[in-house]
Write a protein that binds this ligand. Structure first.
Ligand code: ADP
Ligand code: ZN
Length: 525
């Protein structure tokens, strides 16, 4: 859709100024607001901190009736509503924390047209009683926040979100918007299907957060590394430290406190009162460090978080992006810092493998972890790799990530890349990384022999390297588009592979991600 002209936007700008005190919309906000205020549907993909809230709040106020905001974040609804009321907006929420009287009160306000905005948890909205009520009340729009929750491909699947498909069925004339900060192609397709938004314009903002500096290091003594980082660059700053387990959350928080850092623990196993207290302190105090599991942060709007640190590897690129995105919402310089080690990789893989998700979901999740590892191991600009994952063709160097600022030592692995590609081609472009590695290393496994791959000229050409190196080479070939992963993990050479095979392209890998040659050979000379 075209950029709306000044006359169309005037009422929206007037509201923006009068209620929020802002002078202008940011980026695509204006287009979204005018589309929805005009009765249209919209799909909104905007990074965390990009300003999604105004995209539904302003049209809700411009249109007659109440704007219904579907959100999974029950714990935050009250805060959001309090803030809006403070601005003079007639807002309320419906979720399981309300008493029966509280529910009746909101319902009455809804029916008598006394509300501008109503936040609702999906399970509450989808009750027959609530839906009947909405059919009798004027509804301005439905905004489905955190819309990626509809998809089991996302990292935050909530089955009740799928029930939202009743909205287009029962309220075909009410504008619908889906909003999310993370959506790959499959997730986006699920959102469009469930909310019947196939014909709606999609508003996609850049995912680049130029004020965040990205840093990834090898883990050796994580707590000390973290403390050194905080002391050197963020002493006295507010920050979030993510750990995988509740136990390491508590240990790390205690340890930081003992070192004089103002830190507090947060995880889902703590009593609700303690959690709320930690959250309130984080929001209201300057310079508090919250050590937390991923349970912390969704929907928390603290503009001046100066760093987000990961002591353990997140499960996916989406997770990493969303968590690091909580830094620097105010646009000031901030840091996303992470250390990871081989044991993290093993841990996350084990977690993924032991989940009871269906096989195809597990496969997608494994792919997302691989993408994150590629990012960790890259010698290229991190921002470039990160944005490439979200489909953006950003050209580094960005000058604000560790690989740009201190280029790592790399080794030319073009020859090895050619070997790996030829192993894929000669085995028929249908075997996975494990089998190709066996062929390259010259391992006559049962499968290798049964396929006659031990007679190929490629068999054993890679014996000078170890398994991890080959996995690294194959992973980089996939992430750079020289190999494509197909069904059952099968890897096939792409059109682009010819450039590498002909020597027109090169492949370099970081030295610190390559292990020394097989230890066993050293022990038994
Ligand atoms: P998201 O939901 O996309 O993570 P929010 O809607 O919470 O982001 O907005 C992030 C921050 O940006 C908030 O503090 C908000 O007040 C601010 N903001 C959003 N839009 C504007 C604007 N047009 N002008 C000034 N500040 C804005
Ligand atoms: Zn960079």
């Amino acid at each position: 859709p075209a950029t709306p002209d000044a006359a169309t936007l005037a009422p929206a700008l007037d509201l923006l100024k009068r209620i929020w005190g802002y002078d202008a919309f940011r980026g695509v906000q204006a287009q979204i607001v005018s589309t929805v205020a005009g009765g249209g549907n919209a799909m909104v993909l905007m990074p965390t901190g990009g300003g999604k809230s105004l995209c539904y709040q302003v049209p809700s106020l411009l249109r007659p009736g109440v704007g219904i905001i579907v959100s999974p974040l029950i714990a935050l609804m009250k805060d959001q509503v309090d803030t809006l009321r403070g601005l003079g907006v007639r807002a309320a929420y419906l979720n399981s924390t309300l008493s029966l009287d509280g529910v009746r009160e909101v319902e009455a306000a809804l029916l008598s047209g006394e509300l501008d905005l109503l936040y609702a948890a999906p399970e509450r909205l989808l009750l027959p009683r609530t839906l009947d009520l909405l059919e009798r009340a004027p509804v301005a729009l439905f905004a489905v926040d955190e819309a990626h929750c509809v998809s089991q491909w996302g990292h935050d699947f909530r089955p009740e979100y799928q029930g939202l498909s009743v909205l287009p069925e029962r309220f075909p004339d009410v504008p619908r918007m889906a909003l999310t900060a993370t959506a790959d192609d499959r997730t986006r397709a699920d959102i469009l299907r469930v909310l019947d938004l196939g014909a709606a314009p999609q508003f996609i903002s850049s995912f680049d957060r130029p004020n965040i500096g990205y840093r990834v290091g090898q883990k050796d003594s994580p707590k000390t590394q973290l403390l050194d980082f905080i002391r050197a660059e963020h002493a006295g700053d507010a920050g979030i430290v993510y750990c995988l387990s509740r136990k390491s959350v508590e240990e790390t928080a205690k340890w930081l406190q003992a070192q004089g850092v103002d830190a507090v623990a947060y995880h889902a196993g703590l009593p609700p009162r303690e959690r709320t207290h930690a959250q309130d302190r984080f929001l209201n105090e300057e310079g508090l460090v919250v050590v937390a599991t991923v349970a912390f942060g969704m929907g928390i709007d603290k503009p001046n978080v100066r760093f987000v640190a990961h002591l353990d590897l997140p499960k996916s690129m989406e997770g990493y992006y969303q968590e690091t995105g909580r830094a620097g919402r105010d646009g000031l310089p901030s840091t996303a810092w992470m250390v990871y080690g081989l044991s993290d990789v093993v841990n996350v893989r084990r977690m993924l493998a032991s989940s009871d998700a269906p096989e195809d979901v597990k496969r997608v999740e494994a792919g997302k972890l691989d993408a994150l590892l590629t990012y960790c191991e890259t010698a290229a600009c991190r921002r470039e790799v990160l944005l490439a994952y979200f489909g953006e063709g950003y050209q580094g160097p960005c000058g604000n990530c560790d690989t740009c600022l201190n280029p790592p030592r790399v080794r030319d692995m073009t020859r090895e890349a050619q070997m790996a590609l030829s192993a894929a081609i000669r085995t028929g472009n249908r075997f996975g990384a494990a089998h190709l590695t066996d062929v390259l290393l010259g391992r006559a496994t049962e499968k290798v022999v049964s396929m006659n791959h031990h007679t190929l000229p490629t068999f054993g050409v890679g014996a000078a390297h170890d398994e991890k190196t080959w996995r690294g080479v194959l992973r980089q070939l996939v992430s750079l588009g020289f190999l494509a992963a197909g069904e059952h993990h099968g890897l096939s050479a792409t059109g682009k592979a010819r450039t590498l095979l002909k020597g027109e392209a090169t492949l370099t890998l970081r030295e610190d991600t390559l292990m020394p040659r097989a230890r066993r050979a050293e022990k038994h000379p």
